[in-house]
Ligand binder design. Sequence first.
Ligand code: NAP
Length: 389
Amino acid sequence: MTSQSPDSASPVGTQHRCAPVAATHKYRAGILGATGLVGQRLVSLLANHPWFNLTEVAASERSSGKTYAEAVHWHLDAPIPTPARGLIVKSLDTNLECDFVFSALDSSVAGPAEESFAQAGYPVVSNSRNHRMDPDVPLLIPEVNAQHLDAIPLQQKNRGYSTGFIVTNPNCSTAGLVLVLKPLADAFGVEKIFVVTLQAISGAGYPGVPAMDIQGNVVPFISGEEEKMEAEPQKLLGKWDGVRFVEAGVGLSAHCNRVPVVDGHLECVSIGLKKIASLHEVSEALRNFQVSAELAALPSALKNPVVVLDEEDRPQPRRDVNSGHGMAAVVGRVRECPLLDVKLTLLSHNLVRGAAGAALLNAELLAARGFLRNRIASENRSLAEPVLS
Ligand code: NAP
């Protein structure tokens, strides 16, 4: 990972609305749903972040008014970062002292809450499913479809938002799958995908699946998951044509299973390609998938986000889930498929690449492209560094 200042990652393209603030300022980040599993990961990833400073945490009435340390049921091995411990958990009122918010809210409340924050002028970087498929909301994996950020001005116009907007990241299983499909789509074209997932229990949030249901067992049903996995890749691999998202039109069938693994979603994937390719060419396309210089300059980005393992029994959740600080999609067992063309196994960290790390990378790209702004500077320029134009 790299760690440059926001303004050292120069804005690219012509669609940027404002430039990042000067390097002496970090953007102030808030987290809605900070006490949940994804929120905790965000708190942890934001500690010592070079561009962002966590200033606000918000959650339900059960938590608000308490210090973060009192409210959270902390699940990570590393302790709660010291600066976060004493933050007072707020409610979802749109008066948080921050420049943008991450949303890690339960989907029962995320939809209207995210709209309220966007309406109140906050950029919202969401993990939740509620707005992913909205026709004017980018569903973003920076390595796959950074161009979709061009939809933000139209979203603001459509909804009457001034400085606010909503950007989402995909479902945790979709994130790893599409990261692996992208280099194959670019090199050979992708026609059909058949995928079977083995998904970790942390994907269900906390307290999640009862121990009596999952201990020594597999549950072959995750509500809504197959529908999300079949829909979201179409948007991610499709194009923004200036007015609408045009879907990729890939044939896709998903089976989703919950397995007794703590972190890391494994996926067994068969892929039909448009062009004939050897197994060697497929492996090399994955191994050589390299991000642009713009993305490589983002603090959480990996230069090569797909890792290919040659061992016949990898990837495995316990051994490989933290590959690339949890931001890699780890691929193994690339082999011929008698039904489609090629089959492989992939693994990604559902709470990092599939959630908190994905949202953080999205926010970094938004900062680098000038979509975030310092709300103090814009409200009272004498209090802060001027916003560069
Ligand atoms: P979680 O552990 O259940 O956490 C949910 C969070 O939402 C908590 O902070 C909770 O606050 C808050 N919340 C619940 N009801 C609320 C209300 N009425 N008002 C305000 N806040 C409320 O869930 P999670 O696994 O972190 O997931 C968070 C979101 O990310 C969900 O939308 C989920 O679908 C999505 N997601 C999860 C994963 C994953 O792997 N887990 C991956 C991708 C996306 P309290 O603690 O105060 O109750």
